[in-house]
Design a protein around this ligand. Sequence first.
Ligand code: KG4
Ligand code: ZN
Length: 342
Amino acid sequence: MTDEPLVLGIETSCDETGIGIVRGTTLLADAVASSVEAHSRFGGVVPEVASRAHLEAMVPTVHRALETAGVTLSDIDAVAVTSGPGLAGALLVGVAAAKAYALALDVPLYGVNHLAAHVAVDVLEHGPLPEPCLAMLVSGGHSSLLQVDDVTHAIKPLGQTIDDAAGEAFDKVARLLGLGFPGGPVVDRLSRDGDRDAIAFPRGKTKGEYDVSFSGLKTAVARWVEAYEGELPVADVCASFQEAVVDVLTAKAVRACRDRGLGHLLIGGGVAANSRLRALAQERCDAAGIRLRVPRPGLCTDNGAMVAALGSRLVAAGIAPSPFDLPADSSMPVTDVVAVAG
Ligand code: KG4
Ligand code: ZN
């Protein structure tokens, strides 16, 4: 076991400074410093504020992770960092730090794709990935359906949101209901006391079979709230909105699995913490004979462990590291698992 490489993972694509340490497929540390509080009064992540927070949190969070793992920097065999996609300035802080650590330690450096890392993280909880599988990644920044033939080099995008990401829809609806930021957890909680069939909100239509759309739904919720007279049934609005989101997501994921003969569905991203999404996905997967895998909530949201987990898999697969001039690429395509060009 101890001869497996020790990988340091650095994640700074949004508002979480995540540092993970993984040996093989064993998670040794997952330290996260979040700047979410600093963004809450704006109702969304402010890029400049996030970049600054990463800069301040980086070194202390690395030290916290090393301490938890019981290792020192000189034990690290490889460094992996999110190269993209994400907020350009935020990514730059992580990429610069990763280059500095890799250079100082004289170890290989992997610039990796954030979406692929969301998929790879599940090995830390459930063991080897079932490949091929369908991955549905739903967060504040992304909503993607991916066919994962091999997470180290063969990921095919099948569909994505054509407007708002799923988490963004939760955040915007929470904002218009005056529930604060981030919206997902509070909408999820309030929905438990609401009736999900109370209001028939629209299921967004898209041209692409596996694409999703949430901006029409958000507008429909806003119109409904505006037109309502009397004390707003907030729990019913939350539950009915949430149902519209998770109904569309789970239906599309299950259809994609069936169409493409994929027997496993993996869900990741912050919205994967949603209790109704988990329940409905389980119900529909059971009915269709599909095995469902969802990492625990702490591994679904952005973290450094997912980057270390992917880095570890890349090292094990003998994939060449990135050059030292690897970029922070805010729109890195998911077909690139490892950053190559500088
Ligand atoms: O993955 P994540 O931490 O960061 C990125 O956006 O990349 O996801 C955060 C998003 C937010 O939009 C938040 O509202 C949403 O995930 N979220 C949830 C829940 N917990 C977090 N959405 C629905 N239900 C939840 N329980
Ligand atoms: Zn993410």
